[in-house]
Design a protein around this ligand. Structure first.
Ligand code: ZN
Length: 145
């Protein structure tokens, strides 16, 4: 398991330092601010829908490596998915972090976001890892109405 954890750490470092998802979208349908006062993390998520599909997503903001990487990896994971699929993935990610699920088949849906699995053992970092996911949850629930 040691090697696998190294791969995950590298992935998180890569996304936190220089994310290609950190930019502005033209014609975003949704723009939502997420804030984690415990750590000072702040992100702005922008989402562009094409019918029911998440066509594009991007973010801006600042904060710790975990919050920034979690946002960027979430964008990679959810882009191209339908709103319903995205909701399911977001729910699974939150359950993984809260240690409410360890179902391997469910966790596979998370793709690279599974890299944050061990965050569930670091209570101080949980809110950092969840920030973007709670923010997109707010957008996706709004969309339904
Ligand atoms: Zn943080």
């Amino acid at each position: 398991m040691g090697d696998l954890e190294d791969v995950y750490n590298e992935l998180i470092m890569e996304h936190s330092m220089n994310s290609y998802n950190k930019k502005n979208l033209e014609n975003a349908d949704f723009c939502e601010l997420g804030h984690n006062p415990n750590c000072g993390d702040e992100i702005t998520l922008e989402v562009k829908l094409n019918g029911d599909i998440i066509e594009d997503m991007a973010f801006n903001g600042h904060g710790c490596a975990i919050s920034q990487a979690s946002t960027s990896i979430m964008i990679d994971t959810l882009k191209g998915k339908t709103v319903e699929e995205a909701k399911e993935i977001v729910k699974t990610f939150i359950e993984m972090i809260k240690r409410e699920t360890t179902n391997e088949d469910d966790l596979k849906k998370l793709e690279d976001a599974i890299a944050f699995k061990n965050i569930s053992h670091m209570p101080a970092r949980v809110k950092c890892a969840l920030l973007a996911w709670h923010t997109i949850e707010g957008i996706l629930n709004k969309e339904r109405k």
